[in-house]
Design a protein. Structure first.
Length: 372
């Protein structure tokens, strides 16, 4: 049974997330031909300027679905094979035995065993080594650093492997998706950003989605406030940031309306073929950045609970910003939400996040948006 949207209930639930501590958030929920838009709180803590539902937003790893879709299109055309070793195409980036045993599919579903180049464990190599000590200095030190993508890939490839190629659970790793970006460039002769823009963003008829060309967000947007587990108090604005540290793994700028439009197009077979979409929905277990095991497909992950319908989509975070976009398998119910605060939980003595009222308020909003 599909329930109609209750605007008053959704308005209140969104407002409760703001009351729990998120400065501002905005969302779009679609149910068939009905659409609800909501916004609560402020985009600027200094001026009190309110958030609005049409704001541009850094959507983080939601970008991975776009990149995966572009790879699947290349597989459909025969340019690449999902089960070919990445070393067939990029032997200079993944040399030796691993290059011959890690397949393109393993990169897309994070079972390559390759390490994450970014934050926590590999302090001598990581792009943001200070994060390993749970201090925020790297945010400021690297706000305008232009990272070389090949260097980042090398960090991940040369670091100690998480596990063997194809092993499960896999490790969610941005290294995988920077390699996929390099693969797109190798087989198309253009940049990964241009390939994704032409073949995915334009095919989905998205008008407010683009890769950044500099550290700024063009157009109306919210400031993005990073707390870093209470270490930055008050939370600091990192809306201006050079996103080369993640590139086509997590750098897209979009709107909640465009995200819903994209996932509706993807799940209806307008971006990739039905066979490719079915492949995207074949999941395996992956250790997420929150160190929990999640089911993950080819750039998509599902959310569901017993007796309830399955939704497909992706979440994403950047410094100060969070996004979630989920679409029911039949494409008829959709949620896209953007927040301007991240890592609000403090950590207990073992390093695990302490519960926060935002967590419960968000869970309630998600439940109402998807199922009520």
């Amino acid at each position: 049974m599909h329930n109609p949207l209750d605007s008053a209930v959704l308005d209140e639930a969104l407002e409760n997330v703001h009351r729990a501590g998120v400065p501002g958030l905005f969302a779009e929920v679609r149910d068939g031909d009905r659409t609800w838009h909501g916004a609560a709180g402020v985009a600027d803590l200094t001026t009190g300027r309110p958030v609005t539902v049409d704001m541009k937003h850094r959507v983080g790893s939601v970008t991975k679905t776009f990149t995966a879709a572009a790879i699947l299109q290349q597989a459909e055309s025969g340019t690449i094979s999902l089960d070919a070793p990445i070393g067939t195409y990029l032997p200079h980036l993944v040399p030796g035995l691993r290059g011959q045993t890690i397949t393109v599919r393993m990169l897309i579903n994070h079972t390559s065993g390759l390490a994450e180049y970014l934050p926590y464990a590999y302090t001598s190599l990581a792009a943001f080594p200070d994060l390993a000590r749970t201090t925020p200095e790297s945010f400021d030190n690297h706000r305008h650093t232009r990272f070389d993508r090949t260097d980042l890939i090398e960090f991940g490839v040369t670091a100690a492997a998480f596990g063997p190629p194809g092993g499960t659970p896999g490790l969610y790793s941005n290294t995988n998706y920077l390699l996929l970006a390099a693969l797109l460039e190798h087989v198309t002769g253009t940049t990964a950003e241009d390939c994704i823009t032409e073949n995915v963003i334009r095919r989905a008829e998205l008008h407010d989605t683009a890769f950044p060309t500099g550290p700024h967000i063009d157009g109306p947007h919210s400031h993005l406030y990073e707390s870093w587990f209470g270490k930055i108090d008050p939370p600091r604005d990192y809306s201006d940031f050079d996103m080369s540290y993640v590139g086509p793994s997590a750098s897209l700028i979009s709107t909640v309306t465009d995200l819903n439009r994209f996932y509706a197009a993807l799940l209806s077979g307008r971006i990739v073929t039905p066979a490719s979409l079915a492949a995207m929905q074949q999941t395996t277990q992956v250790i997420s950045q929150e160190l929990t095991a999640i089911p993950y497909g080819l750039g998509l992950h599902p959310t569901h609970s017993p007796g309830r319908e399955t939704f497909w989509g992706h979440g994403g975070t950047v410094w100060g910003g969070g996004t979630l976009a989920m679409t029911r398998a039949d494409g008829q119910r959709q949620l896209a939400v953007a927040l301007n605060l991240q890592r609000w939980n403090t950590l207990d003595p073992t390093g695990r996040p302490e519960p926060h009222p935002i967590d419960k308020a968000l869970a309630t909003f998600y439940d109402l948006a998807l199922y009520a």
